[in-house]
Design a protein around this ligand. Structure first.
Ligand code: PLP
Length: 437
C-alpha cells in the first residue's frame, strides 16, 4: 500500500519522537535506485542509503527476484541441526570478502544481535582456551553497538546506558573526536592517534589477563561520523595482540563498500579477530546480520569441544532462507557491478563536494571518510539538536533524505550515486542549511 494510513497511533516507533512525528508525519512509500517517494508522490534523493543499508541502491531487480523466488520455494527452514543451500553459499561468499584468516560466519538478524553474538564468542573462546577468567570487555565512548544488553554495555551512548542495567566489568576508551584539533578534516584526522594509549592505561587498572575483548567501530557512524585518527587503530591492534585480547571491529556501517573495500579492515590494513556486520549484507532488503570470526577462534571453540553443540547460541531466524537469498543476490550485485571499486573511485570527488559546505552558516565541522560525511552545527538558541532537526526536516521537505544525529547531519549515499547526484545532495543540503540558519 502506498497510500497514507488512517491511523498512526498503534505503531510505537523505534528511536523516534513519537508525538512529534505523529503530529507532523513523514512517510516513505516507494523506492527505486537512488530515490524514495512519499505516499503523495514526492521524490526524495537518498543521501543516506536508507539507514546506511542500501549500498546497491533501492529495489534492485536481482535482489527482489531472489527474495520472491525464495519465498515461493522455501519460506522457512531451521538452521538448528538442519540447513538449506543458500545459507552455506552466503557464508562462503562472506568469507571470500573478509580478510584472510577470518573464514567462519555466524548468522543473526541484526547488527545488535551480531554484537551480542560476537561478545559471547569472545567469552566462549577464552573459556575453551583455558582462560575463563577473561570476562571483562572494553568499548569506547560515543560507540553505538546496537540496543541489546551486551551492545549497550560496550556502547558509549549516555541514554542507552543510563536508562537500563548494563553488564558489569566493562570499561570504555575515550572517543576520538576533537573538533578544536580536527575541524574540517579530510579523511583520517592527523590528530588523535595517541588516544589509543588509553587502552594500556585501562588494562593496567583492569588487569590485562581479565579482559576478553575490545570492541570498536573502525569509524563510529551513528553518533556522528568519527573517522579514526591516523595510527589509532594500529595501536589498538598492537596492544590487544600483545595481551591476547580479542579485537572486534563492528562493521555494521563500514562493511560492504562504504570505504571502497569490502570492510574497513582492508581499507585500513588492520585485521581484527572478529567482524560484525548487517545492513549492507542484504542491501537492507531482508533483516540479517553476521559475525565473521578468525579461524583460530572458531577452531578453538568448535574443534576443542566434546561431541555435541559446541557453541550454545543461535536465533530461530539465523540464516533465514529469504535473508540468505537476498544476501547471495546482493553480494553478486556488488561483485558484478564492482560497486566497492566504484565507491573507491568516487571518494575523492565526494570529499571535494562535501567540503563545499565548509563555512556555511552555523557549520562548525565538515568531516569525511570513505563514502561517508558529516556536517556538524553549532547549537542554536542553546537547544541541543534544534538546528540538526531543522536542517533534516527542511532537507526532507526539499527532496533530500539525510540522517540526523543531534546537531550532526550524516551522509552516506548508495554506492551507485553519480557525480551529478553527489552535487545534488551537497547543493540541497547547503540550501537547507542556509534556509534554516
Ligand atoms: N553496530 C553498529 C556500528 C551500528 O551502526 C548499528 C546500527 O546502526 C548497530 C550495531 C545495530 O544494528 P541494528 O540496528 O541492525 O540492530
Amino acid at each position: 500500500m502506498t497510500t497514507m494510513p488512517n491511523d498512526l497511533s498503534a505503531f510505537w516507533m523505534p528511536f523516534t519522537d513519537n508525538r512529534g512525528f505523529k503530529a507532523e508525519p513523514r512517510l516513505l512509500a516507494r523506492a527505486a535506485g537512488m530515490h524514495y517517494w512519499t505516499p503523495d508522490g514526492r521524490q526524495l534523493l537518498d543521501g543516506t542509503a536508507g539507514l546506511w543499508c542500501v549500498n546497491a541502491g533501492h529495489c534492485r531487480p536481482q535482489i527482489v527476484d531472489a527474495i520472491a523466488q525464495a519465498a515461493g520455494q522455501l519460506d522457512f527452514a531451521p538452521t538448528f541441526q538442519l540447513g538449506h543451500p543458500d545459507v552455506f553459499r552466503l557464508a562462503s561468499l562472506v568469507a571470500d570478502l573478509t580478510p584472510e584468516g577470518i573464514d567462519h560466519v555466524f548468522f543473526v538478524n541484526s547488527g545488535s544481535e551480531a554484537v551480542d553474538t560476537a561478545l559471547k564468542i569472545a567469552f566462549a573462546y577464552h573459556r575453551a582456551n583455558g582462560q575463563g577468567e577473561r570476562v571483562k570487555l572494553i568499548g569506547r565512548a560515543r560507540a553505538y553497538h546496537g540496543v541489546n544488553f551486551g551492545g549497550i554495555s560496550v556502547g558509549g551512548i549516555g541514554p542507552n546506558r543510563k536508562l537500563y542495567p548494563v553488564l558489569a566489568g566493562v570499561d570504555h576508551l575515550p572517543h576520538t573526536l576533537n573538533i578544536a584539533e580536527q575541524a574540517f578534516s579530510r579523511g583520517q584526522p592527523a590528530w588523535g592517534g595517541h588516544l589509543a594509549d588509553e587502552l594500556e592505561a585501562i588494562l593496567q587498572v583492569q588487569g590485562p589477563d581479565t579482559v576478553a575483548a575490545v570492541i570498536v567501530e573502525p569509524m563510529a557512524g551513528s553518533t556522528g561520523v568519527l573517522p579514526p585518527p591516523v595510527g589509532y587503530l594500529e595501536k589498538l591492534r598492537a596492544i590487544t595482540a600483545k595481551y591476547g585480547i580479542l579485537l572486534i571491529f563492528d562493521e555494521v556501517i563500514t562493511g560492504f563498500g562504504r570505504l571502497g573495500t569490502p570492510f574497513a579492515a582492508q581499507a585500513l590494513g588492520i585485521t581484527p579477530d572478529m567482524i560484525t556486520m548487517a545492513k549492507g549484507l542484504t542491501n537492507g532488503a531482508v533483516p540479517m546480520g553476521a559475525v565473521a570470526s578468525a579461524n583460530f577462534i572458531h577452531d578453538t571453540i568448535v574443534n576443542g569441544a566434546a561431541p555435541g553443540i559446541e557453541f550454545f547460541h543461535g536465533y530461530t531466524y539465523s540464516g533465514h532462507p529469504l535473508a540468505a537469498a537476498a544476501g547471495v543476490a546482493t553480494l553478486g550485485l556488488y561483485r558484478e557491478e564492482k560497486l566497492f571499486e566504484r565507491a573507491a573511485g568516487l571518494i575523492p570527488y565526494w570529499q571535494e563536494a562535501v567540503h563545499r559546505l565548509d563555512g556555511f552558516p552555523g557549520v562548525i565541522d565538515v568531516r569525511n571518510f570513505g563514502f561517508i560525511a558529516a556536517v556538524e552545527f553549532a547549537l542554536r538558541d542553546g537547544a541541543p539538536g534544534a538546528r540538526g532537526k531543522a536542517v533534516f526536516h527542511r532537507s526532507f521537505d526539499d527532496g533530500l533524505l539525510t540522517r540526523m544525529s543531534g546537531d550532526i547531519i550524516a551522509l552516506s549515499p548508495p554506492l551507485i550515486a553519480s557525480e551529478a547526484q553527489i552535487d545534488e545532495i551537497v547543493d540541497r543540503l547547503g540550501a537547507a542549511i542556509t534556509a534554516t540558519a
